[in-house]
Design a protein around this ligand. Sequence first.
Ligand code: ADP
Ligand code: MG
Length: 580
Amino acid sequence: MTRIFNDPADFADEALAGFCDAHSGLVRRVEGGAVRRSRPAMPKVAVITGGGSGHYPAFAGIIGPGFADGAVVGNIFTSPSAQQAYSVAKAANSGAGVVFTYGNYAGDVMNFGMASERLTAEGIPTENVLVTDDIASASPSQAEKRRGIAGDFVVFKVMGAAAEAGLDLDSVVRLGRKANSLTKTIGTAFSGCTFPGADQPLFRLPEGQMGLGLGIHGEPGLFDTELPSAVELGKELVRRVLAETPSSTSKRLAVILNGLGSTKHEELFVLWRTIAPLLREAGYTLVMPEVGELVTSLDMAGASLTLTWLDEELEQYWTAPALTPAYRRGAGGFDVPTSTATEAELEAVTAAEYSSTENSRSYAAQCLKALDTTAALLRTSEAMLGDMDAIAGDGDHGRGMVRGSAAAQHAASLAFERGAGAGSLLAAAGDAWADKAGGTSGVLWGAGLRAFGERLGDAETPTPDVLAESVRAFADRIASLGKAEIGDKTMMDALLPFASSLEEHVASGTHLEQAWLAAAADATSAAASTAGLRPLKGRARPLAEKSLGTPDPGATSLAMVFAAVGPHFTAVPVPAAASN
Ligand code: ADP
Ligand code: MG
């Protein structure tokens, strides 16, 4: 339960503001997140972590000498946008390149990936190191699909120390990937966590039960079982992680026994009392183990055990000093900055200028209405979509769609006032959707809407062919970013049938309004049929069985929106000159 908040929608922002104020000697708030207060005297690789909020001290709590240079801070449990990642990287870059490092979640992968493309195009070498330590989220043969949980901490620590020591970008990335490949975690949850302002937890476990294999976004465990004694729990966690012992012969381990948010340190120590001797009996030396809260999940009760098999260089960087708001280790060597460094010049966001034709302007007015309808529809569907996503995902789909569509509607009306044509209006709406929605679906909708607008252009009222091609551009962009195929149980399962059906009906000469109606009916039934599929992409994938019987939330919302906007997109616009 979160008791201290104002408007729940502002919670993450307000927490970041308070954090940056309280630790103003170490961190500085920038657009999209926070960076170190002092710029390095010499160029060094900028290690930038990030992800959704709700995981403190991950991710902003570990900004500082010996650790991260910056953190990109998304909304609660939702990926920050590509724009945020770009802006934090620009502020943290000191001339030796940037590495984004984060847990493996589709939204983060896409947003950090898009920011990397943009930074690289500007001549800033940028790399990505994904953390995939959660052994419960995929089998060893699919280790690259695993989620990142508390193992984040070890991987970030190693990279931060290596960058501080002056290693170049390639070396920092190599060490990060090595640390990740030798880091394994198993987690367990005893109770769900609750979003600020929500009156229900994201999920519940019956009293006396635990969910083994939880994710840090409250994704339910892989299976539920009777809550064992501390000794039995310790044995179970050790047994499961040691079963993943890598072929390396290292007998030295970095160990993290992590609390998920509302498990007391004393409980963790009771658990440690079992875990540490078991590891020692297995022949291991425990190197600077950490028992505490390092990667949390709001107020979730639970714990996770992380082991990293250390070689010489990993141990050197694991044990190196660090001085950050939430984490300090042997930090005598660092000067605590006392003066405030000059604020770096952040790029001014220049207002776009539009040139559009009268025809496109009148169609732009209809596009704006389509976005009004979308935002209104999603507001009334928020709870339904959230519940659907909570079954096998993380419950945020409704919230993300509401935030995204509201931002899109707002940006579109500003663009309209400034004279945007239809294409520019939808592109601006897409950028705002991607920036504000968070989550996988937000990135995809945002990028798709921009592609739709780019195909539409600002010159003409679209013909049926052009409209069908714009829908296809929307689908192509989402396919190329998300790489999901038909049958993977994603929004593509509604979108591709819509695009094909519209093309076919338009090609056979069906009246546009009827063609759109028919395509929307196909998308709606395709979305309903996803109930029979197991998800192969996205956050619901690890819980594929739980998802059976429920339609995919992203496919459902897509079909609803496309059905609702039909009348706006297909009405023949009245040219402004002839409108009265
Ligand atoms: P998140 O998964 O980040 O919490 P949302 O809950 O807002 O984001 O959206 C979930 C929806 O996103 C899923 O129901 C699915 O339709 C869609 N989705 C997830 N991954 C992909 C992908 N790779 N390609 C297309 N759609 C995807
Ligand atoms: Mg979700």
